[in-house]
Design a protein around this ligand. Structure first.
Ligand SMILES: Cc1cc2nc3c(=O)[nH]c(=O)nc-3n(C[C@H](O)[C@H](O)[C@H](O)COP(=O)(O)OP(=O)(O)OC[C@H]3O[C@@H](n4cnc5c(N)ncnc54)[C@H](O)[C@@H]3O)c2cc1C
Length: 433
């Protein structure tokens, strides 16, 4: 069955194109995750007759954001599938799973797998990213050292954890903290978090809001090692990890190490093409790459590696592939939300002022913490921790750079009336579109 479909798709002259808006309709998507699946959904919605093929190295569809919950058994592998189990069949999509694309021939519009070639009219590259492993002595050679990116990482960690007592994590970004919370939840492990920065999540949070989480993690048993680089990974005679040597020569003992030090886009498949790769596939606001009929979306473009942006780019790419113009109008560059140890936090815009020209107004009460960063009567950044109910309107004000007179004095009291002004003819106008 698959062979027949391969043959049909592989022979360009045999392909039956149905012209829709003069657009050839053989769509191929590499990647079956946030960007790829949402693109496929949109293409199918736009036309039931499009030929849609999704190729993925993964043999299942799952939310990477939920992987840590599988480690702690709070979720099963099946329950982190973010589409119905019959999504591909129901939508008449050919899914070539468990297959790796090796290269792309953009002159002949062919995607090359190990043995098969798949032709396309329009191609979406949604290959995501891989974990970045820093060049630390013994990190590549050692056993029981894992990243957290794919379901295979979870299987490996779960297997090893059965006999583990001490786990160390290097990196205190979102993935490192996800790993920390799930390992603490298990209640049976000594968990150490090692990071070179002065506080955790320093790309998303300010010191105050980060320290709120840090003290909760310590309460829950975590050992935190901030502000120190890693000298090397210490291995035993069998090359099993036994510790992490820090910059002050102290050693944090562990029998399992998780490395959560960032990601790099999966761009290898465009190496010999004219598709520009500059720490990620370069795209324009329509998600077009530098080669005609090739689009890219998600972590592979090397922007903000977060789920909502991958989804949005996948959707925008799909519309444009099908001939309906859509523009990416929000890159979610400065929008983060998280919920650790039952404390939700949202940070928006420039929440850490880069210099002294900004005003910072904070309030901390029984509902939690709020911080406004203001410049020239415009809110440029905001953090809310605990009560995050005010976030929607603030997002709007930041995004649209809305000027509110005397903002500094009354930022906690702004309301509906602040957005009305009187025109010269005495008529009231609403200043927000
Ligand atoms: C542990 C963890 C926690 C996270 N938490 C959050 C969070 O709380 N909030 C948030 O917004 N984001 C979070 N993220 C990030 C989020 O998961 C990613 O931004 C998102 O998965 C990106 O989706 P994507 O479609 O671009 O690529 P990916 O999800 O990386 O998927 C890539 C797809 O491409 C396929 N593929 C790759 N190379 C090839 C090839 N050569 N041939 C064929 N197929 C290939 C893969 O099999 C896969 O199907 C988290 C990530 C991790 C790992």
């Amino acid at each position: 069955m698959l062979d027949k479909l391969f043959n049909k798709l592989s022979s360009k002259k045999d392909s039956k194109y149905i012209e829709i808006n003069n657009t050839p309709n053989n769509y191929v998507i590499i990647g079956a995750s946030a960007a790829g699946i949402n693109a496929a959904k949109v293409l199918r919605k736009l036309n039931p007759k499009f030929s849609i093929t999704v190729i993925s190295k993964d043999d299942r569809i799952y939310s990477r954001c939920m992987l840590h919950h599988v480690i702690s058994d709070h979720r099963s592998v099946e329950s982190i599938n973010f589409v119905d189990s019959d999504f591909m069949e129901k939508n008449n999509i050919l899914w070539i799973k468990n297959k790796t694309v090796k290269s792309i021939d953009t002159d002949n519009k062919v995607v090359k797998l190990d043995k098969e070639d798949i032709v396309y009219d329009k191609l979406l590259i949604a290959t995501g990213a891989k974990s970045f492993v820093p060049p630390i002595k013994n990190i590549k050679e050692g056993n029981n050292i894992y990243s957290l990116r794919d379901i295979e990482d979870v299987y490996n960690i779960k297997e090893k954890i059965k006999n583990s007592k001490k786990v160390a994590i290097i990196g205190a970004g979102l993935i490192g903290i996800d790993a920390l919370t799930s390992l603490l939840d298990m209640g049976t492990l000594e968990v150490s978090l090692i990071y070179p920065n002065d506080y955790i999540l320093d790309l998303q949070l300010d010191e105050y809001s980060a320290k709120v989480y840090e003290s909760k993690f310590i309460e829950n048993g975590a050992k935190l090692y901030p502000s120190l680089p890693v000298n090397q990974i210490v291995l035993d005679d069998n090359k099993n990890v036994k510790g992490v040597e820090l910059g002050d020569n102290s050693i944090v003992e562990c029998d399992l190490l998780i490395v959560a030090t960032g990601v790099r886009p999966n761009t290898e498949i465009v190496a010999n093409t004219n598709i520009e790769d500059n720490r990620g596939i370069v795209i324009n606001e329509k998600c077009e790459t530098t080669v005609e009929d090739v689009y890219a979306a998600g972590d592979v473009v090397g922007k903000n590696a977060i789920w909502p942006l991958a989804v949005k780019q996948g959707i925008v790419a799909a519309y444009n592939m099908a001939g309906f113009e859509r523009i990416l109008d929000d890159e979610f560059t400065f929008k983060n939300s998280m919920n650790f140890v039952g404390i939700p936090t949202v940070s928006l815009g420039i929440a850490i002022p880069p210099d002294g020209t900004y005003d910072v107004i904070t309030r901390c009460d029984k509902d939690g913490y709020k911080k406004f960063v203001i410049k020239d009567n415009v809110i440029t950044g905001f953090i809310a921790q605990g009560d995050i109910s005010y976030t929607g309107p603030i997002t709007y004000l930041i995004k649209h750079k809305v000027v509110i007179p005397n903002l500094k004095e009354r930022v906690f009291d702004i309301g509906y009336a602040d957005f009305f002004s009187m025109k010269e003819n005495g008529e009231f106008e609403y200043n927000i579109n």
